[in-house]
Design a protein around this ligand. Structure first.
Ligand code: PMP
Length: 428
């Protein structure tokens, strides 16, 4: 038995399913998850020494690739000064300043340790600010695993075919209104019926947890206009899109100022760090200034903050997002070309350093379209690529990520592998 498979057998003794987060288990694609030993640039190595081109990047944070020297140096320097104080540090003030400078809608920000904490806290804050209880979210959007958000959610819940979690009290779920993504009429109807009871609308402004789905311009405009008209808080959950699709996140691309924004992944550069922030009058409701409680022993952890600051400094270099966007576009165009050569129903799209690949003839516009794509073909593709040393997200419902280290060589190797994988699918 390989070292990898022995480890997975051992892992299952003391870790439920052998993993510390469900999608890692290869539940929908089948097979044994890879245990990674090391990463460098665009590559990861498993415990048996096999190398892979990595298009997961720890599910988004690693926009600079693995073990970036500037990030490592910053982390080691911070670690030498102490791992945690549970008291304010200068670096977290630097990070807060930087975030408010880069994201124009953000006047104040609070640092937390995970995307789940960011969205959970933003919702509590919106409820405390408005004095209302109802929350609007969209089918297939994932906002972390807080109770009120695990209703018709995406990511791992879709992967395992159960978009709502057990253990969420019915009373909590009852306050969550779930609407189809990109459906302006449904949104208008809900706001006209119960707009005065809606505390917040939370959205992935470019959805990445039901694969990659782009919002229509009308949908983007309607969300801002309706929340504003009805006094509800518009929360952009940019945990995935923040500093991934562009230097001012998805809101910069859309030209929208949400009331609150949640950040994660890239802002922590691979360390446990996330943030939520926005309008100063709303943020002023947070403890210790206001009555909405939120806290964290490791919030603003100095080592995580160092990784975040170093990452944000690197991506601020001129031309960074142009180059990343171009590379990611080259990737999806190359894959589409190989699929077309084999006559397969396949489509793909890229935004910044994020991409979606779909076994459907056209790019999906929403949850139903994604569900209608050919999942068997995705699973075959995933395994054929993995065999050839290309690591994709192990689910048809996840977006992919390209880092600044993915160069022409990695792309060419990916296309060679894809050609064989598509050929296998065509001949199945
Ligand atoms: N929101 C979005 C949009 C996400 O993609 C994720 C994680 N994939 C989260 C929230 C939750 O973040 P975390 O896993 O850090 O709790």
């Amino acid at each position: 038995m390989s070292h990898n498979n022995a480890l997975f057998a051992r892992a299952r003794h003391h870790i439920p399913g052998g993993v510390n987060s469900p999608v890692r288990a290869f539940g929908s694609v089948g097979g044994t998850p890879r245990f990674f030993a090391r990463g460098e640039g665009a590559h990861v190595w498993d415990v048996d020494g096999r190398r892979y081109i990595d298009y997961v990047g720890s599910w988004g944070p690693l926009i600079l690739g693995h073990a970036h020297p500037a990030v490592l140096e910053a982390v080691m320097r911070a670690a030498r000064d102490g791992l945690s104080f549970g008291a304010p540090t200068a670096a977290e003030v630097d990070l807060a300043d930087l975030l408010c400078e880069r994201v124009p809608s953000m006047q104040q920000v609070r640092l937390v340790s995970s995307g789940t904490e960011a969205t959970m806290s933003a919702i509590r804050l919106a409820r405390g600010f408005t004095g209302r209880d109802k929350l609007v979210k969209f089918e297939g959007c994932y906002h972390g695993h807080a109770d009120s958000l695990l209703v018709k959610a995406g990511s791992g819940l879709l992967t395992f075919g159960n978009p709502s979690s057990a253990g969420v009290p019915a009373a909590v779920a009852a306050d969550t209104i779930v609407l189809p993504y990109n459906d302006v009429a449904a949104l208008e109807a809900v706001f006209s019926e119960q707009g005065d009871r809606i505390a917040a609308l939370i959205v992935e402004p470019i959805a990445g947890n039901m694969n990659l789905i782009q919002p229509s311009p009308a949908f983007v405009t309607a969300m801002r206009a309706l929340t504003e008209a009805h006094g509800a808080v518009l929360i952009y959950d940019e945990v995935m899109t923040g500093f991934r699709v562009g230097p001012q996140c998805a809101q910069g691309l859309h030209g929208i100022k949400p009331d609150l924004t949640c950040l994660g992944k890239v802002v922590g550069g691979g360390m446990p760090l996330a943030a939520f922030g926005g309008r100063a009058d709303i943020m002023a409701r947070l403890a210790p200034l206001g009555p909405v409680y939120q806290a964290g022993t490791l919030s603003g952890n100095p080592v995580a903050v160092a990784a975040g600051l170093a990452t944000l400094q690197e991506i601020d270099r001129p031309g960074f997002f142009e180059a990343l966007g171009q590379r990611t576009t080259e990737l999806v165009e190359g894959l589409s070309k190989e699929a077309a050569n084999q006559g397969l129903a396949f489509s793909a799209q890229a935004v910044g350093g994020m991409f979606g690949i779909y076994f459907s003839a056209t790019v999906p516009q929403g949850f139903a379209d994604v569900m209608a794509s050919d999942r068997d073909n995705f699973n075959l593709f995933f395994h054929a690529m993995l065999e050839q040393g290309v690591y994709l997200a192990p689910s048809a419902f996840e977006a992919g990520f390209v880092s600044a280290c993915h160069g022409t060589e990695e792309l060419e190797m990916t296309f060679v592998a894809a050609k064989r994988a598509f050929d296998q699918i065509r001949r199945k």
